[in-house]
Design a protein around this ligand. Structure first.
Ligand code: AMP
Length: 504
């Protein structure tokens, strides 16, 4: 059985590298790897998108009349056009086609599109165009464009994109985030910058110390907007937004947008345009998703088997998500014991270690990266072939983002999620958000048959719209007010009371 799996795992690698398909991953695979199904855009246009490789860069080709929509037609300034041509970008992706014209007209915008479909360029290009139109002197401690991101790695990446797309325009881009010294960030802010990409906590620290002033900000972007507006960040983001002039242009982008953040979204935008490419929270089309039913104690063994098989293919690059930092470290040790070189990236690691691990993963010297959800959003590493959810994510939206680290820019990829009994609730939430059931892999060597039956019996079917009740012991009887009176305990009827049933 194990042998079969190892062979299968190698097969998975070859599925990505070559054309051969593994026995345990073959069901329902799309026939033609070159055609992504339909992409819905605004105004009820349905288009087909194909992706082709050329000079190691990916181009989105859009047949039909959209084929004529090139970057040249988007009236971006000449230098930006040249930079795009140099990068090999010819055709704007659907989110770029839809968003850029509105952004050039300085409208506020809420943009939702799947992971890996070019959202960064969708906001960076028109903003660089605005900056080039309004040539003004940089003022100390200010910036004209402010982009907020949830993680340091994403801040680095977004800043790099601004630099690449704006090459030759002479703009100063700066990234600021915690975990590194203040000195260079303060020195750069003292002179003023054109584009500031920041994590909220550090930006507020810099503001407190007088090194950042909001009065120069004309363009305000929230990348991964739903994450920036959820409980973890929303206070900080609102404080930052409150300082910025009201006539700013505000741009919010993400692949997911739960209803819980919509009030805040609306409070930040003025007369916005909404651009949605595909239903919100839909997973990237070319990710093949699989679910492994596995007992909790067997998960580590299953991962070792899978990873050993994967690294036999030199081109494979695997990202493993763990729920906890400690768990991530433990997996790195486990994998080392079976000869799989990996590194962990999470909030307890120094910024240097995080950046080194990501660099190693990017340049291919590290075939496996184990991460917590710090790496779930936005990170764009070319050639990630497999994402493993060793633990199911606590927030269902994180699933969409995690698996979106593969199959980017029209490439293919695979996502395998391990699910044990304790994670039924998380799986159900995920399936509800993505509005589909994940296909089960029955061939994997640690398949726990009983789990599927248990999962099904605990809800009415799997996935969409299913609610799971709280676990009760068989002897549980609901308590009524009358029972409490009978038991002689005092009943507090005032709803404001913390404990309505107090001991007598
Ligand atoms: P993003 O979703 O912004 O992280 O972008 C995903 C990937 O698509 C990145 O590697 C970009 O370099 C690439 N990309 C973005 N726009 C285009 C385009 N118009 N043509 C080809 N590749 C693109």
């Amino acid at each position: 059985m194990i042998l079969h799996f190892v062979r299968s795992s190698v097969g998975i690698s070859s599925f990505f590298g070559l054309a051969e398909s593994p026995p345990w991953a073959s069901q329902n695979r799309p026939e033609s790897p070159a055609t992504i199904p339909t992409v819905e855009m605004g105004m009820d246009q349905v288009i087909h998108r194909t992706a082709v490789h050329s000079n190691n860069d990916l181009h989105f080709r859009i047949p039909g009349h959209h084929m004529n929509t090139t970057f040249k037609k988007l009236s971006l300034c000449t230098q930006i056009q040249e930079n795009l041509a140099q990068k090999g970008y010819e055709i704007p992706t659907p989110i770029q086609q839809q968003a850029i014209p509105h952004l050039l007209e300085k409208r506020d915008l809420l943009g939702c599109a799947q992971t890996g479909t070019g959202k960064t360029a969708a906001f960076a290009l028109p903003l660089l165009h605005h900056l080039s139109e309004e040539r003004v002197r940089r003022k100390p401690f200010t910036t004209r464009v402010l982009v907020l991101t949830p993680t340091r790695e994403l801040a680095v990446q977004v800043a790099e994109s601004f630099e690449t797309y704006g090459d030759g325009l002479g703009f100063k881009t700066l990234q600021v985030f915690g975990g590194v010294g203040f000195g260079p960030q303060k020195a750069a802010l003292r002179k003023g910058v054109d584009v500031l990409v920041a994590c909220p906590g550090r930006l507020l620290d810099l503001k407190k110390q007088g090194f950042y002033k909001a009065d120069g900000v004309k363009y305000f972007v929230l990348d991964e907007a739903d994450r920036m507006l959820d409980m973890g960040f929303s206070r900080e983001v609102q404080r930052i937004a409150a300082d910025i002039r009201k006539d700013r242009q505000t741009l919010l982008f993400s692949a997911t947008m739960p209803n819980s953040v919509m009030n805040l979204v609306n409070s930040l935008l003025t007369d916005p345009v909404e651009v949605k490419v595909n239903p919100v929270s839909s997973t990237a089309e070319k990710v093949e998703q699989r679910l492994c039913w596995v007992m909790k104690k067997e998960k580590r063994e299953l991962l070792k088997i899978l990873m050993k098989g994967q690294i036999q293919n030199r081109d494979s690059r695997c990202l493993v998500f763990s729920r906890t930092k400690h768990g991530a470290n433990r997996l790195v040790t486990d994998l080392a014991k079976v000869g799989v070189k990996s590194s962990a990236i999470h909030g307890n690691k120094s910024q240097g270690a995080r950046q080194r691990a990501l660099e190693g993963f990017k340049n291919g010297s590290l075939p496996v990266l184990v991460a917590t959800d710090v790496a779930a959003r936005g990170i764009d590493v070319k050639g990630v072939t497999l994402v493993v959810n060793f633990d199911m994510p606590v927030e269902p939206e994180a699933y969409v983002h995690r698996i979106g680290r593969t199959a980017r820019a029209g490439a293919e990829g695979m996502a395998i999620s391990f699910c044990c009994e304790e994670e039924f609730k998380e799986l159900r939430q995920v399936e509800r958000v993505i509005k589909q059931s994940i296909e089960v892999d029955y061939e994997q060597p640690r398949h726990a048959e009983t789990l599927e039956a248990q999962y099904k019996s605990k809800g009415v079917g799997r996935g969409v719209g299913v609610r799971q009740g709280k676990k009760r012991s068989p002897s549980y009887k609901p308590r009524s007010k009358a029972n409490y009176f009978r038991s002689g305990k005092k009943y507090h009827s005032k709803p404001g009371n913390k404990r309505r049933f107090a001991p007598a």
